[in-house]
Design a protein around this ligand. Structure first.
Ligand SMILES: C[S@@+](CC[C@H](N)C(=O)[O-])C[C@H]1O[C@@H](n2cnc3c(N)ncnc32)[C@H](O)[C@@H]1O
Length: 198
């Protein structure tokens, strides 16, 4: 069974103003405390709630997503807000970013990848981050409801797993939290978050 049901998400993106809401992730809101300006890359940008928040704060933002409807919506909302952002429709597994970024974020997207793919994307994020720059990852843990159904996909085992991948970076934050979601039937997500500085 395919975990990432592109057809379903595409339809929801097409028929709802904002599937994931426009409220940015609570950890994305903290980024300006750590980096004041520069280039941001958002992997799996969706409708852009995080990318737009950072663009509003003066960052030069690029968002990529495998779904054209997502990128179109993110660019449309940016235009409505008078924000100059970049967007690209591309599979994160094939994407090779241009140059280095001050901030690279990937929120609620790693669980669409197999473990090896997720690790490769994280390595790519690290390679394309400037010295002193930040990576932010939020991703589901093995306690999440999704893991039982989709054990072949990437769910983080424990906080240390993300820390280990960033062992040569300064760890700013590494913790787990539970998020109540209502985009489908109401459900809780178990989420691990890591913010690290190169
Ligand atoms: C749950 S949404 C999260 C969107 C956004 N990061 C947020 O936090 O609001 C996950 C996004 O990842 C995108 N995605 C899934 N697989 C992808 C891939 N292989 N490459 C790029 N984007 C992908 C989906 O299309 C979707 O927009």
């Amino acid at each position: 069974m395919q975990f990432f049901d592109q057809k379903k998400i595409r339809e929801e993106y097409e028929h709802r103003r904002c599937l994931w809401g426009l409220e940015p992730n609570r950890y994305v809101k903290q980024i300006p405390d750590f980096v004041k300006k520069g280039r941001v890359l958002d992997i799996g940008v969706g409708e852009g709630r995080n990318a737009l928040y950072l663009a509003e704060r003066g960052f030069a933002v690029t968002g990529i997503d495998i779904l054209d409807v997502a990128v179109e919506k993110y660019l449309k909302i940016a235009q409505e807000k008078g924000l100059d952002v970049k967007g690209e429709v591309i599979d994160a597994r094939e994407y090779e970013p241009e140059g280095e970024f001050d901030v690279i974020i990937c929120t609620a997207t790693m669980h669409y990848f197999k473990e090896k793919e997720a690790q490769e994307i994280i390595e790519k994020m690290k390679r394309h981050t400037k010295k002193g720059g930040i990576n932010l990852i939020t991703t589901f843990t093995k306690e999440d409801i999704g893991f039982k159904e989709y054990p072949d996909f990437y769910f983080v085992g424990c906080e240390d797993e993300l820390k280990e991948m960033y062992k040569h970076w300064d760890i700013i934050k590494c913790e787990n939290y539970i998020k109540h979601d209502t985009h489908d039937k109401p459900h809780d997500h178990h989420i691990a978050v890591l913010i690290a500085r190169k």
